[in-house]
Design a protein around this ligand. Structure first.
Ligand code: URP
Ligand code: ZN
Ligand code: ZN
Length: 462
């Protein structure tokens, strides 16, 4: 099977040039001007960008959480991702307390097999780490699960204490794996939450109002200190506010291997989007919560200056009906999470490139190249180069689109960005050389996605 993409403008993290791309057996074979080759399929990309497929390193598909299960499974979630130009995801397998990480990994493999439409890897959420089981982490690394997530939030559920986090970091420092942290001070938040409930403050907005930015900044600071003491690099997930960003900037100024991602919800929404009547705000209940609006521009500057290196989605969708509704009358019972896997590239393109906050190269770097590098997928994913997987998006910069529950492909009954207009969208999407999205249609097959064993984090760069 061979494909020739002709006349496109190739955009990678470093380059921007006109060329044809010849693909054979799922890999990029040759790149050059006016390639004189025979191909089974020819795609004309004139006037369009040819970019590496998006890499979303933070998704929760088919995940039991908050008394229910996230409503996109590996089929619906990966198809929705593909529509938006994402061709690889790294999803979170969750170790149930009292079980081995291997058990969780087996469960997540079963969830994905036969369903995933694009390639996928796993991180492991560590909830239980007795000394006798620390080598479970090495086993995970050998299985290609080269990153772990731990929580400083959600007491009595997912939260780990500092000693356990430190032990895990000592391990990642040794093996080259990457520790990812959900940084919010769960203990303090819990006290604030109980006080709010006792005062009858039960509406969804109190989820946001009981999780102060300082609780995130404190936890980021503690994470950095633990990482420094253990000699490990660390990656802060879903960073939401300037207070936390400043802690990351300070650490990076000292030359520490501290990295962080943010997500579109923190760049495009704020507390101003909450305060709607009734139970509507439940659509925007996730953690960390939305912040005051002024934080948004600070995060954009963080992306521009490389204080933040990655944009992921933290896609963790729950329908309003029967799922978010579990929290009517008590915001603590609203399952935490929001949908976003389909719209990361479009939103970043609109708010970043169209609105002149970041360059085209930086857009590719944030959505594809750096996530692939950070999590051991590069150069197989995250670039367009001879030998790399032909995970390629033909991007139409002129295509206008209104984000809505009416036209999205996620299995969730609302959109966080309902009615938002964007210009620029995926036109044709190839995964390992196979066209899976063409002209607004999914033409791939569920189950065609492969598990990708990831290498370890590549060391300190950037
Ligand atoms: O509210 C969120 N973010 N839900 C997903 C789980 C997590 O903490 O990433
Ligand atoms: Zn988290
Ligand atoms: Zn998450």
């Amino acid at each position: 099977m061979s494909t020739l993409i002709k006349n496109g403008r190739i955009i990678t993290a470093e380059q921007d040039y006109l060329a044809d791309v010849f693909i054979e057996n799922g890999k990029v074979k040759t790149i050059g001007l006016n390639l004189d080759v025979k191909a089974d399929t020819i795609l004309d990309a004139k006037g369009k960008y040819v970019i590496p497929g998006g890499v979303d390193v933070h998704t929760h598909l088919d995940m039991p959480f908050g008394g229910t299960t996230s409503c996109d499974n590996f089929e619906t979630g990966t198809i929705a991702a593909a529509f938006g130009g994402t061709t690889s995801i790294i999803d979170f397998a969750t170790q149930a307390r009292g079980t081995k990480m291997r058990d969780a990994l087996d469960i997540w493999h079963k969830k994905a097999e036969g369903k995933a439409a694009i390639d996928y890897g796993f991180h492991m959420i560590v909830t239980d780490l007795p000394d006798a089981h620390i080598e479970d982490m090495s086993e995970m690394v050998r299985e290609g699960v080269s990153s772990f997530k731990m929580f400083m939030a959600y007491p009595n559920a997912l939260m780990s204490d500092d000693a356990t986090i430190y032990k895990a970091m000592k391990h990642t420092a040794k093996t080259g794996a990457l520790l990812c942290m959900h940084a919010e001070n769960g203990g303090v938040i819990d006290v604030i939450v109980q006080k709010a409930l006792a005062e009858g403050k039960t509406a969804p907005i109190y989820h946001a109002l009981t999780r102060p930015a300082t609780a995130e900044a404190e936890a980021v600071n503690r994470t950095i200190a633990l990482a420094q003491m253990s000699g490990a690099p660390v990656y802060i997930v879903h960073l939401s506010c300037n207070d936390a960003l400043e802690k990351v900037a300070e650490a990076r100024d000292k030359g520490l291997p501290v990295y962080a991602e943010t997500c579109p919800q923190y760049l495009f929404m704020s507390l101003d989007d909450m305060g709607k009547p009734g139970f509507e705000d439940a659509k925007l209940v996730f953690s960390p919560p939305l912040r005051e609006k002024w934080n948004q521009e600070k995060l954009w500057i963080g992306l521009k200056k490389n204080t933040l290196q990655v944009v992921s989605t933290d896609h963790c969708p729950f329908c309003m009906k029967e799922q978010k509704e579990l929290g009517i009358g008590n915001f603590t019972k609203i399952p935490n999470g929001g949908p976003g896997i389909e719209h990361r590239l479009q939103l970043l393109y609109q708010g970043g490139v169209n609105e002149k906050r970041i360059s085209l190269n930086r857009w590719v770097e944030l959505c594809s190249t750096t996530p692939a590098k950070m999590f051991g997928l590069y150069p197989r994913k995250g670039t367009i180069a001879p030998g790399s997987d032909a995970d390629i998006v033909i991007w139409d910069p002129e295509k206008e689109y209104t984000i809505s529950v009416k036209n999205h492909h996620m299995a969730v009954d609302y959109s966080m960005y309902e009615g938002r207009k964007v210009k620029g969208n995926a036109d044709t999407v190839l995964s390992r050389g196979e066209i899976i999205i063409s002209g607004n249609k999914f033409i791939g097959k569920p189950g065609r996605g492969n598990y990708v064993k990831r290498d370890t984090y590549a060391g300190v760069w950037g």
